[in-house]
Design a binder for this molecule. Structure first.
Ligand SMILES: NC(=O)c1ccc[n+]([C@@H]2O[C@H](COP(=O)([O-])OP(=O)(O)OC[C@H]3O[C@@H](n4cnc5c(N)ncnc54)[C@H](O)[C@@H]3O)[C@@H](O)[C@H]2O)c1
Length: 110
């Protein structure tokens, strides 16, 4: 099985990537590296894209098809409390659009 993990270079995502590798699964990661570290996901293919950006749903559909992905686990999100209070609309844009683009990619993929 091939699993795509968004935010796989982050704190929780990297632990899940490790657990999936331990279970013998193939893992593909999507992470813009705004907070993540690529060294955490040795052995997984990394796509460095911003899932909240315009057009990211189409790009995610391409990746899901190209990598023959079976399952998606979504962790890519902004989560800094102070920053979210300073920039609430930007947080809304990032986290809601990111989720919508992941769902768009999943529904557009074959
Ligand atoms: N850490 C916790 O204790 C905890 C507890 C409950 C829920 N969560 C939730 O789990 C998720 C992941 O948390 P975490 O602690 O691993 O955070 P994290 O910041 O360590 O990881 C998030 C990852 O997503 C990436 N990312 C963020 N926005 C992105 C975007 N637009 N496009 C592509 N990549 C993007 C970052 O570069 C980072 O690698 C968040 O939704 C968080 O709210 C975390």
């Amino acid at each position: 099985m091939t699993v795509l993990v968004t935010g796989g270079c982050g704190y929780i995502g990297a632990h899940v990537v490790h657990a999936l590798h331990q279970a013998g699964e193939r893992v593909v990661v999507v992470d813009d590296l705004s907070y993540g570290k690529p060294a955490r996901i040795e052995g997984a293919r990394l796509y460095g894209i911003d899932i909240a950006a315009p057009g990211a749903g189409d790009r995610l559909a391409e990746i899901l098809n190209a990598e023959d992905v079976d399952s998606v686990i979504h962790f890519a999100a902004r989560k800094q409390v102070g920053e979210s209070v300073e920039k609430p609309l930007w947080y809304y844009q990032q986290n809601i659009n990111g989720m919508l683009n992941v769902l768009t990619g999943m529904t557009q993929s074959k």
